[in-house]
Design a protein around this ligand. Structure first.
Ligand code: F6R
Length: 374
């Protein structure tokens, strides 16, 4: 059932082009620039008048949520609050019936996420689930569900479900923006066109970057710690890269906002520390270019202290080669879609390092695929 792959995780990483395509399929029209979501017990007015979006999720799904916040706020101009589902209930949240709840979960059975949903509903909020398992508990209780069509995920470490969640969040953000009239037809057509190009771009990454990551694993599989840095929407992807590495290779890894390094973590840097930096940019986006420039200075702060830098950058970026030890290239895309591309090299890097360390990649110690206790 692994279709010739050594592990389910690797198979699932390679299934991402299809997972992304299937999650998009039938939901967008490139002609009208519209996003179509299935029937929901949520009215046009609920979408239009929502004062806030509250998202709750756990683990990798929480990372998708945190990236989704950037998509929703940027496109639909509505404030988004993201909580760990396990924290949400216990902070006596200011839940307002005019806010919309969003729950993100691959399994749809994570106890904390279900509890967060019930808390939202009890306070009069309507909820939408982004879920990968048809008919799961969360979907049965939500007012609407956007299914990710990643297919069954067997590896404990989430990969294709994550990229499918990013796509579902992007669809939700564009949909909400259309209802709230914060996006022009031209902009949404352009964004949906870019979305439809992602599967081919992920295929290209799988073709070109897999063997590079396998090589890098030889050098870095003995590292004791790893840092992953990113800014803006790339910061949650840094967190995801760190989580993938720690859960399957048992190497201690931390994700950090690149700009926060000088406020403490720079003290950790020495010649033994590999630092993975998300240094992609969308050339058509001014904020993205600025963020990139700042990230380059953060890279220099690391190399000046002899840290080893592995950068994820956009194809054709020759400048960055001079500054870092290794570059993993991904094709270009609009800023809000870059996370879908840049996480793929991080998954492959974690995978190959774990394999070299002889770890049980599909069944990491102490972990379960779905966490049904609080
Ligand atoms: C990490 C991972 C976990 C899950 C988390 C939530 O690779 O898979 O962090 O993301 O347990 O699970 P779901 O999405 O099923 O609610």
């Amino acid at each position: 059932e692994k279709s010739g792959y050594k592990h389910f995780m690797l198979k699932e990483i390679f299934e991402q082009p299809r997972a992304i395509r299937d999650t998009t399929l039938g939901r967008i029209s490139l002609d009208t620039g519209k996003v179509y979501l299935s029937e929901m017990k949520i009215t046009e007015d609920d979408f239009r008048n929502a004062t806030k979006i509250n998202i709750a999720a756990c683990g990798t799904s929480w990372h998708a949520a945190t990236a989704g916040k950037f998509m929703i706020e940027r496109l639909a101009r509505v404030p988004v609050e993201v909580d760990y589902a396990s924290e949400y209930r216990y902070r006596d949240p200011i839940a307002d019936p005019s806010a919309l709840g969003l729950l993100i979960t691959q399994s749809g059975e994570t106890a904390d996420t279900i509890a967060a949903q019930r808390e939202m509903v009890a306070k009069g909020m309507k909820t939408i689930a982004i879920c990968n398992v048809v008919g799961a508990m969360i979907a049965r209780e939500a007012h609407g569900t956007i299914y990710t069509h990643a297919g069954p995920e067997i590896g404990v470490a989430s990969t294709k479900a994550f990229t499918a969640q990013l796509v579902a969040l992007f669809l939700f953000a564009v949909h909400l923006a259309q209802k709230r009239e914060t996006i022009s037809t031209e902009e949404s057509s352009r964004l949906l066109e870019s979305l439809s190009l992602l599967p081919g771009k992920v295929e290209e990454i799988l073709r070109t970057v897999d063997s590079v990551c396998e090589q890098l694993a030889k050098t870095y599989s003995t590292a004791r710690d790893f840092l992953f840095l990113g800014r803006g929407i790339h910061y949650p992807i840094a967190l995801e890269g760190a989580l993938k590495l720690k859960e399957i290779s048992y190497i201690h890894a931390e994700g950090y906002p690149a700009g926060e390094m000088k406020h403490g973590p720079n003290a950790l840097i020495d010649e033994t520390l590999p630092v993975v930096v998300l240094a992609t940019k969308d050339n058509d986006n001014r904020d993205s270019r600025l963020r990139y420039e700042k990230t380059l200075s953060n890279i220099q702060e690391v190399t000046a202290r002899s840290g080893k830098v592995i950068a994820v950058a956009i194809e054709g970026d020759e400048e960055i080669k001079q500054l870092v030890d290794h570059v993993l290239y991904v094709p270009s895309a609009p800023e809000l879609l870059l996370p879908v591309l840049e996480v793929v090299p991080l998954q492959l890097l974690a995978y190959h390092i774990a394999v070299r360390r002889g770890c049980d990649v599909d069944q990491p110690r102490n972990l379960a695929k779905s966490v049904t206790v609080e």
